[in-house]
Design a protein around this ligand. Structure first.
Ligand code: 5AD
Ligand code: SF4
Length: 501
């Protein structure tokens, strides 16, 4: 254990009274260590503080954080922005002008990783022109052994490498990189703790993200996330509710509850019986006007959750429910732990409890060995459920995951063809999901002027549909009643309903 880790461990507030030994953390990642799930309990730290010697290390300098991947990464970047600003850094006008560049990376598919390596290639020139610039790589790719090895060998101008579990140590890393002028590499492979009071600089002031849990224990065979994000660990409900109350008090209208598998929320609590349905019921009593959540796992989506959602109020009628495949054999190979039939039953129960609910999903085509018949099952499931949107992907092998070792005889051309055919069906769902609102009056949370026309406002409905309608910017941050006049595939057009008419 080094000095800083010792200091940190002294400051911990154990959730269940067991102290953690920090000495088992390695500097470089190891997928084997990430695979091992320790029995030790998660600790909640509430005393994040920036030492006085570090307070001004960024004064007069600028930062740029480039974020790749999911909302979890976006939200992590908000914490890193908060930390950078507490250190005195100001946000740069562009990446090219920044003194500190952090790439918050995504490992979910190979093309996500390629984007990062491409960006790093471009940064080489910037660094040559400005050797004082600091370049850091963090996020999910840093948790992968092979990536860190490649960075160490081929990208020697990267000054900082740290992972998803130790963002709170960014001040020390920057301090060491600036003072020591040497490369800082620290990636913890085993899961981290929960750090409650990191500063955050949020991107918006109307909609905000709130972590409810970290990590994933599902181990879907295609997925790298359980290795890069560690074991499931839930924030305490009191902390979540306090954060949401605070956001509501300062004007936020909507929060998205974040977790890799929000339906497993609370299963790791040893001192209480409190799961996702309980959290939703409690949040349903809060004043924040809108709440949604992502991402759900069908296996853990229980009746208590459905019952809570049926109360509506501030709980939005929108659920993202990744199915991945419509074929039982493929689902088994994926280790999804549900069947086509049990998924369809869940959808039926959700639709009965929340009439008009909008469902979206994630689907992978070309999983190793997927046959045309198995793919047809996915197509028919998409029709049967009536999704109003889907993220569709070609399977991408991830080193260290079980599926990467499976025999894959589906050709690239076949995978692309399946993706196209799937997207055609999915797009019909988008359109159907728009058209059903024609002539209806809907509530739109107005975010501000639309991208292309400042006379037109843009916002989302409770079913997560994008609506554009003429109006002035005084509506920004308010919930407006809008009649839908035209349904496009990807968005709706409407007009304000005068409540006093
Ligand atoms: N290849 C393709 N898609 C993947 N996903 C996760 N891992 C992979 C992979 N190896 C998709 C899943 C998941 C979404 C976030 O990304 O559909 O739900
Ligand atoms: Fe990956 Fe499956 Fe966990 Fe989602 S539930 S993050 S797909 S392992």
């Amino acid at each position: 254990m080094n000095e800083q880790q010792r200091e940190l461990s002294k400051q911990t507030v154990p959730r269940t009274g067991v102290k953690k030994d920090f000495s088992r953390y390695f500097q470089r990642p190891s997928i084997n260590d990430a695979r091992k799930r320790g029995r030790e309990d998660v600790q909640v730290h509430r005393d994040f503080a920036i030492g006085s010697s570090m307070k001004n290390i960024g004064r007069g300098k600028t930062y740029w954080i480039q974020t790749y991947g999911c909302q979890m990464n976006e939200h992590d970047s908000e914490a890193m922005q908060g930390i950078a600003e507490e250190l005195g850094y100001a946000k740069a006008g562009s990446m090219q002008k920044a003194d500190l560049i952090l790439l918050n990376t995504c490992a979910i598919r190979e093309n996500a990783e390629n984007k990062v390596f491409g960006e790093l290639g471009r940064l080489r020139k910037l660094k040559l022109n400005n050797p004082d610039m600091l370049i850091g790589v963090c996020g999910c790719m840093s948790q992968e052994e092979k990536v860190v090895n490649r960075l160490m060998e081929r990208f020697q101008y990267v000054d900082l490498i740290f992972g998803t579990h130790n963002i709170h140590r960014l001040p020390e890393y920057l301090f060491n990189a600036l003072m020591g002028k040497e490369r800082v590499v620290e990636v913890w492979s085993a899961e981290g703790d929960i750090i409650e009071n990191m500063p955050r600089r949020r991107e918006g002031s109307i909609k905000g993200w709130v972590n409810i849990m970290y990590g994933c224990d599902e181990f879907c065979t295609f997925c790298i996330v359980p290795y890069t994000r560690g074991k499931e660990r839930s924030r305490m409900p009191e902390d979540i509710i306090a954060e949401i109350r605070h956001l509501q008090e300062i004007g936020y209208q909507e929060v998205t509850l974040l977790g890799q598998n929000v339906n497993a929320y609370g299963k790791d609590f040893k001192d209480r019986d409190y799961t996702f349905g309980d959290l939703l019921s409690d949040l349903n009593k809060e004043d924040i006007p809108r709440i949604r959540f992502t991402t759900s796992h069908p296996r853990d989506f229980d009746d208590k959750t459905i019952a809570a959602l049926s109360k509506r109020g501030n709980l939005m009628e929108y659920i993202h429910l990744p199915v991945q495949s419509g074929n039982d054999e493929v689902l088994k190979q994926m280790n999804r732990k549900y069947t086509r039939q049990s998924y369809l039953q869940l959808v039926k129960d959700i639709k009965a409890a929340i009439p008009g609910v909008s469902l979206t999903t994630d689907i992978i085509v070309g999983f190793p060995g997927e046959t045309e018949e198995q793919f047809q099952d996915t197509l028919s499931l998409v029709e049967e459920v009536g999704y109003e949107g889907a993220f569709t992907f070609i399977y991408s092998p991830r080193e260290g995951t079980p599926a990467a070792k499976m025999k894959d005889d589906v050709t690239e051309a076949e995978k692309k063809d399946r993706l196209q055919r799937l997207n055609a069906v999915v797009n019909k769902g988008y359109k159907r999901g728009s058209e059903r609102f024609l002539g209806e009056v809907v509530e739109v949370l107005v975010e501000g002027p639309s991208k292309n026309n400042d006379q037109v406002l843009a916002g989302y409905t409770r079913h997560q549909k994008l609506v554009n309608f003429p109006g002035d910017s005084s509506y920004a941050g308010k919930i407006a009643k809008v009649r839908i006049t035209e349904a496009k595939t990807w968005h709706l057009l409407g007009e304000l309903v005068d409540e006093h008419a």
